[in-house]
Design a protein around this ligand. Structure first.
Ligand code: PMP
Length: 421
């Protein structure tokens, strides 16, 4: 593939090749890109994830300390002393792993305790732990959606929802992002079978909150099954971080509140908080749950510890929001039109701005952020995404604002607005 080819074109072209030729051609292309230092994927982190991390410079072989603004560990729990203490104690008491899927030998008392705590936290009858958030979405949709059903899903839904829909029996129809009227038109036209409405509480690319105060009542009027993926909302919005449905006071009207342990809880795993009926069904028929080994006890203990911290009302969530507000104020002083509601702060890249070079510059200045590139999003929606953590200091944030200002001064085309999307 030519050096300047984009990933979408590569994917399309390579479909014509057999697997050996396709993988060889791609491997050669990506290694050339990496050799020029243009890819910021798979950066090798050589320390615990905190407000700073050490990152290996693959060109020089040296490690350098960077400010971490690209992690989903919004509350900084990945290496919180209380979480580490609870994890270590769990290893001593329960050992390294459980040696089986939940349905056979992998359902420990600790797993049960976490399910009960999560159900109580979210106000549902039951909770079912999955081995990842990805698995939770794939597992719940493939198990619940029947052949005659239709799933109406937001067009910015996460890959795990799309993959779950791919495996599910029924049809799926996307509606325009957060567009309640568009969803309403689809629901009005719904025929036989159950209607499902699948949305995210907080969208991962833009950090915007879904208008659940409108979507949930609308879905209920149509007797639809409401599924909310709140991967990025739990621990960030709602009372003590109970999530987006709680933020709008509509949790009781949602059928499924899905969450992950890989964001604020700083580990891995997923959960489906739901009714007893749905939980029992998933525990026996959701293949991602039934045919995959259960989480290690230390991971379960980390989530229990995270819940302790949230329920104790420590000021972590408040500190996160203070930091987001401070970061936003700094960006506005540079001319950016930002008003983030959550921990994710996307900066749209103006047309004509070389995203990869700008991202590389920001990296070289010691700031770890994420570039969201075409074809993951449309060309006009490419952005640099900054994720704020409760543990960031004011000085950390000041430095990032400074680096963003320099990046835009260097790479944004003359006269481009900071607000251009
Ligand atoms: N849903 C959303 C909205 C996500 O952003 C993610 C992770 N990026 C997932 C599900 C999958 O979660 P996990 O990483 O825990 O598998």
């Amino acid at each position: 593939f030519p050096d300047d080819m984009d990933l979408r074109a590569i994917l399309l072209q390579s479909r014509r090749l057999g697997v050996r030729d396709r993988t060889r051609a791609y491997s050669q292309w990506i290694r050339r890109v990496q050799g020029r230092g243009e890819s910021l994927y798979h950066r090798v982190v050589t320390s615990a994830v905190d407000r700073t991390v050490n990152v290996l410079d693959t060109r020089t072989g040296e490690e350098k300390e960077m400010l971490m603004f690209g992690s989903n560990s919004y509350l900084g729990l990945t290496n919180h002393p209380y979480v580490e203490e609870k994890m270590t104690a769990a290893i001593r008491e329960w050992g390294a792993g459980v040696g089986g899927p939940p349905i056979l030998s992998g359902y420990s008392g600790l797993h049960r305790e976490l399910e009960e705590r999560l159900a109580a936290f979210k106000g549902t009858e039951e909770a079912v732990i999955y081995q990842s958030g990805y698995g939770a979405n794939v597992g719940l949709l493939s198990a619940l959606v029947g052949k005659r059903d239709v799933v109406y899903y937001d067009d910015r839904s996460h890959a795990s929802t799309l993959d779950g829909l791919g495996l599910a029996g029924g049809a799926s129809v996307k509606f325009r992002h957060n567009d309640v009227a568009d969803l309403g038109r689809h629901l009005d036209a719904h025929g036989d079978g159950d209607a499902f409405v699948c949305v995210e509480g907080v969208y991962s690319m833009d950090g915007d909150i879904a208008p659940l105060d409108e979507i949930v009542p609308l879905a209920k009027r149509h007797n639809a099954v409401v599924v909310v993926d709140d991967a990025h909302g739990v621990g960030v919005v709602g009372r003590q971080g109970r999530g987006a449905a709680d933020h709008f006071g509509v949790a009781d009207d949602c059928d499924v509140l899905m969450g992950t342990f890989s964001k604020v809880f700083g580990v891995t795993g997923g959960v489906v908080c739901t009714s007893r009926d749905i939980a029992d069904y998933l525990r026996h028929f959701s293949r991602a749950n039934v045919f995959s080994s259960a989480l290690p006890p230390s991971t379960v203990a980390a989530v229990l510890a995270g819940l302790d911290l949230l329920e104790r009302g420590d000021d972590l969530v408040a500190r996160l929001h203070d930091n987001v507000a401070y970061f936003a104020a700094g960006l506005r002083s540079l001319g950016f039109d930002v008003d983030p509601e959550t921990a994710i702060v996307p900066l749209p890249v103006p047309e004509g701005m070389a995203l990869r070079q700008a991202a590389r510059f920001i990296h070289d200045q010691g700031v770890f952020a994420n570039a969201v590139e075409y074809p993951a999003v449309a060309v006009h929606r490419q952005r640099l995404r900054f994720s704020v953590m409760a543990s960031h200091t004011r000085a950390d944030i000041d430095r990032v604002v400074e680096v963003v200002g320099e990046a835009w001064a260097r790479f944004a085309p003359e006269g481009a607005s900071c607000q251009e999307a």
